[in-house]
Design a protein around this ligand. Structure first.
Ligand SMILES: C[S@@+](CC[C@H](N)C(=O)[O-])C[C@H]1O[C@@H](n2cnc3c(N)ncnc32)[C@H](O)[C@@H]1O
Length: 301
């Protein structure tokens, strides 16, 4: 089965499951309520308001899940080396597992996926998504801000999750992710383009870019699955063009090379780099075309 068929079968399974329990008008009404929760009642997101009620959960699974899949699929195929093999993909705030599945299934050798979400319903949905994509995946219920993350080497994804954290948790998470990237993990953050959703974005962007990463904005026309397009129209939305923005830290240049990253000598943490730089010259620079930017860390005695 090719990846288009797998995606189409996943959508059919979602539709069969969610339209079995609710009518289409009920789901499209819930989609309007869900969209307004994301826009007008954002302050309630930290309390899990988005996934309260069967209608909103069905709307999330059937509408936002596939949209997030398409966006993340597009992003990882465009970012240099994002689809290179990795052993483990950790999906923070995995929701229905859509974004993690999009990244894992685009990889040259699919990684095992560990999805983490605080919502029990999301954990169940993510497990089904991994099965539908034949991914070696496991979702578990936990709080991403306090959970002990599996050891690297890993690719770490947080798609549409960071904006749901409290300010204090978000700050702590930023440093944690930067530390993991400094040890050689790959980190991808995806959020909506709308500025009011992520007023913290510029600070994160500066931190990621200074650590050698990159920031991108995405806008492309997508062929939406029929049920997603129908819900889009029924709820008065317009997602014929998909948009988003991302932060990317690519970790080691070759994750499979022996003796690199966590697999061998650990990548130097930034604190170690600073220590080693006494008596040595430490230089960080970006090079390449804007589309294929990479970071070089050159230590010369
Ligand atoms: C907008 S959804 C995105 C889901 C998924 N990443 C995607 O791209 O479709 C945000 C998810 O983050 C989860 N979440 C928010 N805060 C969390 C926390 N502190 N710990 C674990 N999960 C959290 C929510 O339960 C929800 O499933």
């Amino acid at each position: 089965m090719n990846s288009r068929d797998t995606f189409a079968n996943w959508i059919s399974a979602l539709e069969a499951r969610h339209v079995r329990d609710l009518t289409f008008p009920e789901i499209s009404r819930a989609l309007r309520a869900l969209s307004s929760a994301y826009i007008e009642r954002r302050h309630k997101l930290t309390q899990g308001a988005a996934l309260s009620g069967a209608g909103k959960r069905a709307a999330f699974a059937l509408f936002y899940g596939p949209l997030h899949f398409l966006l993340v699929h597009h992003i990882v195929n465009a970012l240099p080396k994002a689809t290179a093999s990795t052993e483990t993909l950790i999906d923070l705030g995995c929701g229905t597992g859509a974004s993690g599945a999009a990244w894992a299934s685009a990889c040259t050798r699919p990684p095992r996926v560990i999805g983490i979400d605080r919502h029990p319903w999301a954990v169940g949905e993510a497990s089904r998504t991994y099965r539908d994509f034949a991914i070696d995946g496991r979702a578990r219920q936990d709080d991403v801000t306090t959970v002990k993350l599996p050891k690297g080497p890993a690719s770490i994804l947080a798609a549409f999750t960071i904006n749901e954290l409290s300010d204090a948790s978000r700050e702590m998470m930023r440093q944690r992710l930067l530390d993991r990237a400094a040890q050689g993990d790959r980190v991808l953050i995806v959020e909506p383009l709308a500025g009011f959703v992520a007023p913290w974005w510029n600070r994160w962007r500066e931190a990621f870019v200074s650590a050698g990463g990159r920031a991108d904005e995405w806008r492309f026309r997508a062929e939406l699955p029929a049920v997603v397009a129908k819900l889009d129209r029924a709820a008065g939305l317009d997602h014929r063009e998909l948009t988003g923005r991302s932060l990317w830290l690519s970790g080691p240049t070759d994750v499979s090379a022996p003796g690199r990253g966590h697999a061998g000598r650990p990548y130097m943490r930034r604190s170690q780099l600073r220590r080693r730089s006494s008596g040595q010259q430490l230089m960080m620079r970006s090079f390449g075309t804007p589309a294929r930017r990479a970071c070089a860390i050159a230590v010369s005695a």
